[in-house]
Design a protein around this ligand. Structure first.
Ligand code: SF4
Length: 398
């Protein structure tokens, strides 16, 4: 474990908490209630999913439904065709599919266009937050890590790092014809896709000749209003801002009927918008009684308040499955309770700070419990581990 990383992580988490205290999202409680209702209504609702897909298709979006991981990967590869360069933006679903690894094995070059994700990619490092993946790395560590890749000395300042990484991203953006993004929401009523971002990179990625959107069937919302409500909560919890810099709403493809009302598609890029909607065991989550876990909007607020995550950082994670919620998800997904579940303190701080009040500690208990004696053992083990690393952290030892 790297204590410098944990300290950097805590510092960044504290600044988000401070911003949350200053900005305050009006009617947060009422908004959360609306969010819960929309998630309860849509997650696992096959009828609404069918309606959304039908509306998306009516709007000119090519929709694929992929049950399995490999099926989704094959669809994406097929849509990429002969192209050898792909630019992509932050997407937890593509991480779940291990899309980059798959495409690289097929001989393609995949370039992340989010600054944090590109840094992780170049450094071959693990993320620490769903929306701020390099939160745990200081400018010093990043400069050291990326200097080797770019083959030049880089100053240890955020400005210099961002400039070098941005120039690298822009050069790929200028060459690529295929852009891959995730999506934050799919709406039933309008058949729209909503994507949020702060860096502006998604504007560029989605304007390639072909835009492939990869997301999952649980990202369903009744309408644009409820999706925007979710995005405000997501932004506030993830960054402390009440709304992200950009929200792209895609409800069709570029088209015109200006001349003699003849309908012509593909006026500007993208000439094609593809949506790959994956299941990848989500229906199994519902069947196994873990539907609630799919309500998660990935805001990361639980991580900000988790004492274990604030002590050992992304050691309390598996790849991009971060903290208690991520580990619970990964355990159900893989069909085996992960050993790291034993580190949950059961304090309930994640639940208290989750806009959906997801009972992650309750789910972890259900997943790891083998009876009362095991519950006592896990309680003691997690508290001893936490106290030990707290002591080391405070004493400044590495
Ligand atoms: S479990 Fe709750 S707090 Fe944690 S990322 Fe999901 S929605 Fe946010």
């Amino acid at each position: 474990m790297n204590y410098e990383e944990v300290r950097a992580l805590r510092k960044a988490f504290n600044s988000v908490k401070e911003r949350q205290g200053v900005n305050q999202l009006k009617d947060f409680h009422e908004r959360s209630k609306r969010l819960v209702s929309s998630r309860e209504l849509c997650v696992g609702n096959e009828e609404l999913l069918e309606k959304a897909v039908s509306n998306l298709r009516k709007n000119g979006i090519k929709v694929y439904l992929a049950k399995e991981k490999q099926e989704a990967l094959d669809i994406i590869l097929n849509e990429i065709g002969q192209e050898k360069l792909v630019v992509k933006s932050k997407s937890n679903v593509t991480k779940e599919l291990e899309l980059t690894k798959f495409l690289e094995k097929k001989g393609l070059t995949v370039v992340e266009t989010d600054i944090g994700d590109r840094i992780l990619q170049v450094m071959n490092a693990k993320p620490s937050h769903p929306t701020g993946p390099v939160t745990h790395l200081s400018a010093k560590e990043i400069a050291k890590g990326i200097s080797k890749y770019y083959g030049l000395p880089i100053k240890e300042t955020p400005e210099d790092i961002v400039k070098i990484v941005k120039d690298d991203i822009v050069s790929s953006l200028n060459k690529a014809k295929i852009g891959i993004t995730g999506a934050n929401a799919i709406t039933v009523e309008e058949g729209s896709i909503l994507i949020t971002h702060n860096e502006g990179n998604i504007h560029e990625v989605m304007r390639k000749e072909k835009h492939i959107i990869v997301t999952s069937i649980d990202k369903l919302y009744p309408d644009i209003e409820s999706a925007i409500n979710m995005l405000k909560i997501l932004s506030f919890n993830a960054t402390g801002s009440i709304i992200p810099s950009f929200v792209n709403v895609i409800t069709g493809v570029p088209k015109t009927a200006d001349v003699e009302k003849k309908f012509i598609k593909g006026v500007h890029n993208p000439s094609e918008t593809i949506l790959v909607l994956i299941d990848n065991k989500r229906r199994e989550f519902v069947e196994k009684g873990f539907k609630e876990l799919l309500y998660c909007i990935g805001c990361g607020n639980c991580l900000l308040h988790c004492p274990m995550y604030n002590t050992i950082g992304n050691e309390y994670a598996i790849d991009s499955y971060l903290g208690g919620k991520g580990l619970a998800y990964h355990s159900i997904y893989s069909g085996e309770p992960d050993e790291k579940l034993e580190l949950c303190l059961g304090c309930g701080k994640c639940k208290d700070n989750c806009p959906l009040e997801l009972d992650v500690p309750g789910m972890i208990t259900k997943l790891r419990s083998r009876g009362v004696s095991s519950d006592i053992y896990f309680f003691l083990k997690s508290h001893i581990v936490w106290a030990y690393y707290q002591m080391l952290l405070r004493s400044g030892k590495k």
